[in-house]
Design a protein around this ligand. Structure first.
Ligand code: GLY
Length: 569
């Protein structure tokens, strides 16, 4: 970070008042984008969830308590992606340096089968894996966050979940952006549900209207009172199964009872001396990020310059190769041998880059037509938390599409995921993100669909340095990659690194997507001369990050691309 940036940053925080933390120190609460605080911080996609997480920190909760409170709050205030009907990955790094991944990715139900989305002629049935009850995997979020809390939490669970219950019951005012988001999905809410839902009533939403969700509050109360049983058995499980029967879905009570999240060893690699900690399969995100960082480390990106022809070319060529490996090798490690350690080894990535030419693009094996812009659909959400002691949580969680499959479990008030589309429903057939895959990611009962979620934590000299992640489907790993490069190679401060323009390549289709205005026309022309083909997208990713400054303060980066908000004290 340059000195100028640092002082600019100090001028940005909005101090909203003073309060006393449990330690008795008088400390101000800061909220907004680009804030700096001295103790704890939460950055998430919504003001309410960040505020709730920060309140838990100020009550003496640790980063995991705050993460769990934030996650449940997101299920209320950010139904686009926050969820109890979906899944995710929570990466935890404790202040003593120990780290853990809680994998609460959804699973295919026991009655799922390899060709369940194909018609009699073997063609993919349009919309079956995205818009119907059959699109849902067995949800993992509730089991995952309860596991995280029981392993690492400090405050009682009821205290941590209660703010989300209150939020669902009392409601919260909608921003213009969120009112528009709900309105644009209204037709799906109305056509895919049996009656009225909290998300689509008699009239369109306006900015400032309150979203009140009594049925969701009831479900959250059952989780508060009975823990995982409040979701995976009893009334909630019965309501889910009833909802499934209404729409020919296949999730059974046995699937729900049997869902168990797992603790996994994080992937660890290095980039220019920083330790990079991220998630292993069944997310592809950590493998891709590690490959990208190792592939580019031998080159001086800083000397090439931010968004220079040379830097974009190098990064795009790395992305092309990493995504080609994703399609071939990655899937659920509980079902097959995933050679991810080999894929991120130096020997392998160097060999992979031996076909990299500085002066021309390497065409992807099969050139396919570009996929239409789908940015509205690819909603996932990421939050980052750091507490006063230095414990950190980096979580990405999702329903897959925006509002999942738009199906609300009747009388339980929560949305179901359409995560089954993240399987390769037919080898070579692109999913909603245009990603292709093969046998490694085929549908099998009880298997987890391959994810791209990439929560990351970086250490510098053994100390916490950066917590980050993003939504964006297939663009998640490339977004996180650019975030890391922006901070480490280009020395950007956190908010600047989060807001900087982004680009993306995923092997197939053989296209470089870039955000409008992020690459100048001369750069695009010169890259086109090298053989790259471009398409413009409105938005790529939405990063929520916390950096630790040299003086130990927390610097929050809440992406300008959304209502993302940092809250800290
Ligand atoms: N559904 C988005 C992902 O897991 O990558």
């Amino acid at each position: 970070m340059t000195k100028n940036n640092y002082f600019l940053l100090l001028a940005l925080p909005i101090l909203t008042g003073c309060s006393s933390g449990q330690d008795g120190n008088k400390s101000g609460i800061a909220e907004g984008k680009g804030i700096i605080t001295g103790n704890g911080m939460v950055v998430s996609a919504h003001r309410e969830s960040s505020m709730i997480g920060n309140e838990i920190l100020m009550k003496g909760g640790n980063a995991v308590d705050a993460a769990v409170a934030t996650e449940f709050a997101l299920a209320v205030c950010y139904p686009e992606a926050g969820n109890i009907g979906g899944g995710g990955f929570m990466l935890i790094r404790l202040k003593d340096g120990k780290s853990d991944v809680i994998d609460y990715r959804e699973k295919a139900p026991a009655d799922a089968s390899r060709d369940m989305y194909l018609d009699k002629s073997g063609n993919v049935t349009n919309g079956l894996s995205t818009e119907t009850h059959l699109a849902s995997g067995v949800p993992g979020t509730v089991d995952g966050v309860i596991k995280a809390h029981s392993k690492y939490g400090r405050l009682p669970f009821r205290e941590v979940i209660q703010p989300a219950i209150d939020l669902a019951e009392k409601g919260f005012p909608l921003s213009l952006r969120q009112a528009q988001s709900l309105n644009s999905n209204r037709i799906n809410f109305l056509s895919r549900n049996s009656g009225k839902t909290a998300f689509a009533g008699d009239s369109l939403w306006k900015e400032g209207d309150y979203l009140i969700q009594p049925a969701l509050a009831e479900t959250l109360r059952r989780i508060r009172d009975y823990g995982r049983e409040g979701f995976y058995s009893g009334k909630t499980a019965r309501l889910i199964v009833k909802e499934m029967k209404r729409g020919n879905g296949i999730i059974s009570e046995m699937d729900l009872n049997g869902y168990i999240s797992v603790s996994r060893k994080p992937i660890e690699t290095f980039y220019r001396g920083y330790k990079v900690i991220t998630v292993p399969p069944p997310s592809s995100g950590g493998v891709i990020l590690a490959q990208l960082l190792r592939m580019t480390e031998p080159f001086s990106i800083a000397e090439m310059g931010f968004h220079s022809v040379a830097a974009v070319h190098l990064m795009v060529e790395s992305e092309r190769r990493a995504f080609a490996d994703r399609a071939e090798y990655l899937g659920d490690p509980d079902f097959m041998k995933v050679p991810f350690e080999k894929l991120i080894s130096d020997k392998y990535v160097l060999q992979r880059m031996s076909s990299f030419y500085k002066e021309k693009a390497t065409p992807s094996k099969d050139i396919r037509p570009g996929v239409p812009e789908k940015s509205l659909s690819e909603e996932t959400t990421h939050y980052s938390v750091v507490d006063a002691e230095g414990n950190a949580v980096s979580t990405t969680t999702t329903l897959n599409g925006t509002f999942g499959n738009s199906i609300v479990v009747d009388s339980a008030g929560f949305l179901l995921n359409n995560q089954m589309d993240d399987f390769s429903v037919k080898p070579g057939f692109p999913n909603m993100y245009g990603l292709v895959g093969g046998e490694a990611n085929s549908v099998q009962p009880g298997k987890k669909m391959l994810s791209s979620m990439t929560p990351v934590i970086l250490e510098s000299n053994g100390k916490l340095f950066l917590v980050a992640g993003s939504p964006g489907g297939s663009t998640i790993p490339t977004t996180v990659f650019q975030m890391v490069v922006n901070v480490i190679d280009f020395g950007m401060e956190i908010q600047e690194a989060v807001d900087a323009g982004r680009f993306h390549h995923q092997w197939l289709p053989d296209l470089v997507s870039f955000e409008k205005g992020s690459l100048d026309s001369l750069t695009v022309r010169q890259l086109t001369d090298l053989g790259h083909v471009f398409n413009v997208r409105a938005v790529i990713g939405s990063v929520n990050a916390i950096g630790i400054l040299p003086d130990g303060k927390r610097s929050g980066g809440a992406d300008k691309r959304g209502n993302n908000t940092a809250f800290g004290y």
